[in-house]
Design a protein around this ligand. Structure first.
Ligand SMILES: NC(=O)c1ccc[n+]([C@@H]2O[C@H](COP(=O)([O-])OP(=O)(O)OC[C@H]3O[C@@H](n4cnc5c(N)ncnc54)[C@H](OP(=O)(O)O)[C@@H]3O)[C@@H](O)[C@H]2O)c1
Length: 367
């Protein structure tokens, strides 16, 4: 077996940009020692690793789940079986597999946290491996679980979105946002997607959104008002459910165009990435704030929706979610989009593209 390479985070940074520029490097990875594999272990030759928002905030020590450096990023990845332990008999060498990021890699909590996907190889337990569903490519498979399980958790488990309702999806061209658009349409909802680029919003429409709103402010700066447009699209009523992965100003504007009794799902805050302190210091001195008067008078349900934390607290929510996402993928009803592909050697460019917001859907590395 050949030697490889892996990305190493040497120290937690203050910001994602500092992490990329100063504390991440590509290092040689020795040829894997197949004889040392545990009985239940599988050596995966990584073919596609997602460059995700969480990889950025984790490297700057802002993320709730702390990985102590040195570590290899890459929460989600897919590849082929390169070797296996003596107890693994059902997976042939060369078999394509999808790695479950909750069981192995930096976002998992067990013994395989060190096995990030920004590397030529990763050692994972057999139970972390899933068949690639349907006709998905390696890149699409790597982009499946994190995005679609998040969207499912937010829209179905938390948002209780039903057929015939209208959902407003912010950051609709983003990784999780585009997944949310596709799932909301499968649920029979009317979808209004927001974004900042007409070109990206064209894909949001192609993926099923009934209406899109470019909310980029005048001269490309800030945010423009969209409440009247949303009110008009909902015949004055406002939307039933909000999927908010953007946060900040967009949330305040949104509270003006929700129906009475709407469910407001907090997914994330991509527009305000410095909510938490960097360097792993904990605390969120710049947290977004929502006005209680509007929440009260509109009878809103404001729903925090951390998919992984909720799953760790109540593991029973995952099997039906995972089964549904995999079934939809097998049936060709959901399709992850990937706009940017980089070789592992260009991991910094890949992370910068994600940070700048160049990406539509997903961005991947090919080790
Ligand atoms: N709840 C959970 O379990 C969970 C799971 C995964 C991720 N998240 C969180 O969800 C958020 C989105 O993640 P993601 O992976 O989808 O990120 P992403 O792919 O980078 O997408 C974020 C989207 O936000 C939009 N955006 C960014 N800054 C904006 C601004 N200033 N004004 C308006 N729109 C802005 C961008 O829209 P344009 O592309 O149109 O510019 C982009 O498409 C992050 O905060 C992430 O941490 C939560």
């Amino acid at each position: 077996m050949e030697a490889g390479r892996r990305v190493v985070v040497s120290e937690l940074a203050e910001t994602p940009l500092e992490a990329i520029e100063r504390f991440m490097s590509l290092e040689p990875m020795p040829a894997p020692d197949v004889a040392s594999l545990g009985s239940n272990d599988v050596l995966v030759a990584v073919k596609s690793a997602v460059v995700g928002w969480v990889d950025l905030v984790m490297a700057s020590g802002q993320y709730q789940h702390m990985r102590q450096p040195p570590y290899t990023p890459g929460l989600e990845y897919a590849g082929i079986v390169a070797a296996r332990g003596a107890g693994v008999e059902d997976l042939p060498i060369g078999h394509p597999v999808l790695v479950d990021g909750l069981t192995a890699g930096p976002r998992s909590v067990g013994a395989y946290q060190s096995q990030g996907g920004f590397a030529s190889y990763a050692v994972v337990p057999r139970e972390a491996l899933l068949e690639i569903p349907g006709a998905l490519s390696m890149d699409q498979a790597a982009n499946l679980l994190g995005n679609y399980e998040t969207a499912y958790h937010c829209l179905v488990t938390r948002g209780r979105l039903r057929a015939g309702e209208t959902v407003l999806i912010h950051g609709a061209a983003g990784s999780t946002g585009l997944a949310a658009v596709q799932i909301a349409k499968l649920l029979g909802a009317t979808v209004i997607g927001t974004g900042r680029s007409d070109a990206k919003l064209a894909q949001v429409t192609a993926d099923g959104a009934d209406h899109v709103i470019n909310c980029r402010g005048e001269g490309g700066v800030g945010l423009r008002s969209f409440r009247d447009e949303v009110k008009a699209l909902t015949h004055g009523k406002g939307v039933d459910v909000v999927y908010d992965g953007v946060g900040g100003d967009i949330s305040l504007e949104t509270l003006r165009c929700v129906a009475f009794g709407a469910r407001y799902v907090i997914v994330g805050w991509a527009s305000t990435p410095f909510v938490s302190r960097g360097k792993g210091l904990r605390g969120a001195p710049n947290a977004n704030v929502l006005p209680t008067n509007l929440i009260m008078m509109k009878g809103l349900d404001v729903l925090g929706a951390p998919a992984v934390i909720s799953t760790l607290k109540d593991p029973t929510i995952r099997p039906p979610r995972l089964a549904q996402v995999l079934a939809w993928a097998r049936e060709g009803k959901i399709t992850p989009r990937i706009s940017h592909v980089f070789p592992l050697t260009e991991f910094k460019e890949a992370m910068l593209a994600k940070w700048r917001g160049d990406v539509l859907g997903g961005c991947v590395l090919h080790p």
